[in-house]
Design a protein around this ligand. Structure first.
Ligand SMILES: NC(=O)c1ccc[n+]([C@@H]2O[C@H](COP(=O)([O-])OP(=O)(O)OC[C@H]3O[C@@H](n4cnc5c(N)ncnc54)[C@H](OP(=O)(O)O)[C@@H]3O)[C@@H](O)[C@H]2O)c1
Length: 335
């Protein structure tokens, strides 16, 4: 079968398609999945560009979706022909988080989903949303579930809440769709006026160009009548955190998710203290949370925004496109 492999010295120019042995039939508790799609995340880019220490020959991509081809004995959750999507933490089924690294994340600690077939424990997948294709389903594994956990699981967001989203990447656009589904008012920032118009078309109530308005924290607070927002989905890191702390309301919630602008710099401890705001770090979520999210998707007919799709053999170009920052929502890879 065909796989895309990272080869030393790992980088976008050295990844290559290879033939590897077929994984065969599933054993007890396992399923065999014919994979057809994935989506790219910042984490995958870090792996593929050689910024993380991974094994020579590693198959990248944390997100994977496809069709069940065979089920082993003791598998009750799935049948042949089911559309399924992978879990970011295949060992975290439910309950409180216990994992603080990527050693058991596909496409980092071990082989990911840039390949034609896998045989894995059934518990490493969930059913995909009804009517999603493989690329759409794959966008749930990392970006979608992260946005869901930030707003719904950790944030306990309710209708009428106010939310601030930073930029128009995969996590933020999923968060925009989830927040509107629940009935929140949403402000979103971008470096591009054209992307802000697209966000408006998806339901954003207030848009702001963070390049044109460097003090966007106060501008967002002003938009809420001086109160501040209930939730911030913080994907920028320390260099945006000061503005996010300005934007959040007293007693509000900041989901600390990423470092698009780097991880160097201090945190606005005094502002967060005076605001008595809750900063909650998180990494994606559990399999149970993914199942809850997919139930909400099916009930509400939500569909992810897939900006562009690349064939698997052009994975390096897909990552180059991600590096350019030209995308809005998710970048898909399909085969
Ligand atoms: N903790 C977790 O579980 C988790 C899960 C997923 C992702 N992450 C992290 O979250 C971050 C976002 O991930 P993603 O997949 O959504 O990334 P992405 O799709 O690559 O997002 C790229 C977009 O982010 C925006 N951006 C870049 N720098 C910005 C800044 N200084 N301020 C505001 N927006 C900025 C830009 O939007 P515009 O073009 O509109 O300006 C850019 O197009 C990354 O750091 C990623 O590693 C964490």
């Amino acid at each position: 079968m065909k796989v895309m492999a990272l080869r030393s010295p790992i980088g976008l120019d050295t990844m290559q398609m290879e033939e590897r042995p077929d994984p065969g039939s599933p054993g007890p508790g396992e399923i065999r999945v014919a994979l057809h799609g994935s989506t790219l995340n910042n984490h995958d880019l870090g792996v593929a560009a050689g910024r993380r220490q991974v094994a020579d020959g590693l198959i990248p991509l944390a997100d994977g979706a496809g069709i069940v081809e065979a089920v082993g004995t003791d598998v009750t959750d799935f049948a042949v022909g089911d559309s399924v999507v992978s879990c970011f933490f295949p060992d975290w089924q439910d309950g409180a988080p216990r994992i603080g690294d990527f050693s058991r994340t596909p496409g980092d600690g071990f082989d990911g989903f840039a390949q034609e077939y896998v045989v894995r424990p059934a518990t490493a997948f969930t059913l995909a949303p009804k009517s999603y294709d493989a690329v759409e389903a794959a966008s749930i594994t990392t970006a979608g579930l992260t946005a869901w956990r930030a707003l719904v699981v950790d944030g306990k967001m309710t209708a009428g809440s106010s939310v601030l989203l930073l930029g128009t990447g995969g996590v933020s656009i999923w968060a925009l769709q989830i927040a509107k589904m629940i009935g929140a008012t949403v402000a979103i920032t971008s470096s591009s006026d054209e992307k802000l118009e697209r966000a408006r078309a998806l339901g954003a109530d207030h848009v702001l160009n963070y390049r044109a308005v460097p003090e966007w924290g106060k501008a967002i607070r002003d938009w809420t009548g001086g109160l501040g927002v209930d939730h911030v989905v913080e994907v920028g890191g320390p260099s945006t955190m000061a503005q996010s702390a300005e934007a959040v309301r007293i007693g509000g919630h900041v989901a600390m998710i990423g470092g698009l602008a780097g991880y160097k710099g201090g945190l606005p401890v005094l502002t967060m203290m005076m605001k008595q705001a809750r900063a909650q770090g998180l990494i994606v979520g559990s399999r149970r949370q993914q199942q809850d999210f997919i139930r909400a998707i099916d009930a509400n007919g939500l569909r992810p925004v897939i900006d562009r799709r690349f064939p698997l053999e052009r994975l390096a170009d897909a990552f180059r496109y991600e590096t350019s920052g030209g995308h809005f929502g998710k970048i898909g890879v399909e085969w």
